[in-house]
Design a protein around this ligand. Structure first.
Ligand SMILES: Cc1cc2nc3c(=O)[nH]c(=O)nc-3n(C[C@H](O)[C@H](O)[C@H](O)COP(=O)(O)OP(=O)(O)OC[C@H]3O[C@@H](n4cnc5c(N)ncnc54)[C@H](O)[C@@H]3O)c2cc1C
Length: 391
């Protein structure tokens, strides 16, 4: 058992780091950060940056060469996600993590040819249309209807928590095609062109300060060739694909970033007071956080190595996401504690530390922990699939 990366993988990490440092200069941060956006960068900058990721070959590097991919192992994708998170870079979202992997796994050959090259070039933004007002944790309860009509399906319904739908070119949308079967059956998956008539995107304010979105579909016609997989078989696509999203969410760059930021803060005098690191209790807290961060990192690598060996992790991905999220909460709380009165200062305050991001992240993570299944749901997955505990 060797816990180390190859020389090529380390060189790749250095390459990604250099790219991100070159692209995300302090001037770029000042010009393009946006607290009203979910990704904290303006949509225009996020889209432009995604094209740069595509041009650098980072998006499709793990895909088969026949779809323009680089054929590299999942280890590279994990390193990439870790560095993107660490540098708080824009665009590490469903458009390059979840959707292309789902298309690769479940799409028709025509769908792969139509979408993967464009995704690989960073040209497309996506929203994922699963959740609804009455279908969150109980996703199989979704009510959005898709009815066959000649060479198309007609979709009507409402999607909730529709991350970045306002900037999406396409939706990856689950809808009910059959009401006469148990609710887990009778669901189908569609690719929906967001320029289609009948689509309305609305704004929803969040406790995190940024604006979430909801999508209303009113008799939206979707060509039959944009049905993904078989009619009524969509649930297996939802379940099969969620692992891609959870694996991306397990990337450990965020907690390393939080830890390093706190060490920086505590290393220097603040307002003429001795550095907080002089206090052994603070040192103890930071050491505790660093241990948790290290475990979160190793769990993420564990999931990546399973993928790289062609295995399909089940509860392991949930363990990794849960540990990462709990560690991140630990870092949030410690950050608020250590920064004290400096924590709530926003970016435009001359006294603000780290652009006010410690407190912004505190609220963001409070909300974001529910994405792709909250703490309870993740624990349920571990209990059932990992430990075999009864329902
Ligand atoms: C930042 C963010 C981004 C998101 N992005 C998207 C997106 O792009 N596309 C999309 O489709 N959805 C998205 N979601 C929705 C997300 O998947 C749901 O929030 C999640 O599935 C939970 O659903 P809910 O919010 O309706 O909570 P509910 O299902 O109503 O749950 C409420 C509470 O009860 C708990 N609970 C529910 N059922 C159980 C149970 N069986 N056992 C124990 N506890 C339970 C939950 O953990 C939670 O604490 C996003 C959510 C967030 C917060």
């Amino acid at each position: 058992m060797r816990f180390e990366f190859t020389a090529e993988e380390e060189a790749f990490r250095a390459d990604v780091c250099a790219f991100l440092q070159r692209e995300l200069t302090p001037d770029v941060w000042r010009a393009h950060r946006d607290p009203n956006e979910q990704g904290f960068w303006t949509p225009e900058f996020t889209k432009a940056f995604r094209r740069k990721l595509g041009a650098a070959g980072y998006i499709g590097m793990g895909w088969p060469a026949e779809y323009g991919g680089g054929g590299r192992s999942r280890i590279y994708q994990t390193i990439f996600a870790e560095e993107m998170e660490y540098h708080r870079a824009p665009g590490l979202d469903r458009s390059i993590t979840y959707v292309p992997n789902a298309i690769l796994a479940f799409g028709s050959e025509a769908q792969k040819q139509a979408f993967l090259p464009r995704i690989n070039r960073g040209e497309l933004s996506w929203f994922v249309g699963y959740s609804e007002p009455e279908a969150g944790s109980d996703l199989a309860n979704l009510q959005t209807r898709a009815e066959a009509d000649g060479d198309a399906f007609v979709i009507t319904g409402q999607k909730a928590f529709s991350s970045e739908a306002h900037m999406a070119d396409y939706g990856w949308v689950a809808a009910r095609t059959n009401v006469d079967v148990p609710k887990h059956r009778g669901i189908s998956m569609f690719i929906v062109d967001m320029k289609s008539p009948g689509i309305r995107v609305t704004q929803v304010p969040t406790v995190a300060g940024w604006t979430h979105h909801a999508v209303y579909l009113d008799h939206v016609r979707v060509p039959r060739d944009l049905l993904v997989g078989e009619v009524d078989e969509g649930w297996s696509l939802v379940m099969g694909g969620i692992d891609f999203e959870r694996a991306a969410l397990a990337a450990p760059g965020l907690v390393s970033h939080q830890l390093d930021r706190l060490i920086d803060y505590c290393s220097v005098e603040q307002d003429g007071h001795a550095p907080l690191l002089d206090d052994p209790i603070v040192q103890d807290q930071l050491v505790g956080l660093s241990m948790e961060a290290e475990i979160a990192r190793l769990m993420s690598y564990w999931v990546a190595s399973m993928h790289a060996q062609g295995q399909r992790p089940q509860h392991e991905t949930s363990l990794a996401v849960l540990y990462k999220r709990e560690t991140s909460r630990l870092a949030d709380n410690l950050g608020i504690d250590l920064l004290g009165a400096d924590a709530p200062l926003r970016a435009d305050s001359p006294r603000a530390k780290f652009g006010g991001e410690v407190e912004v992240e505190y609220w963001d993570h409070l909300y974001f922990q529910f994405a792709a299944g909250g703490f309870d749901i993740t624990r349920n997955v571990i209990a059932r699939r990992g430990l075999g505990l009864p329902r």
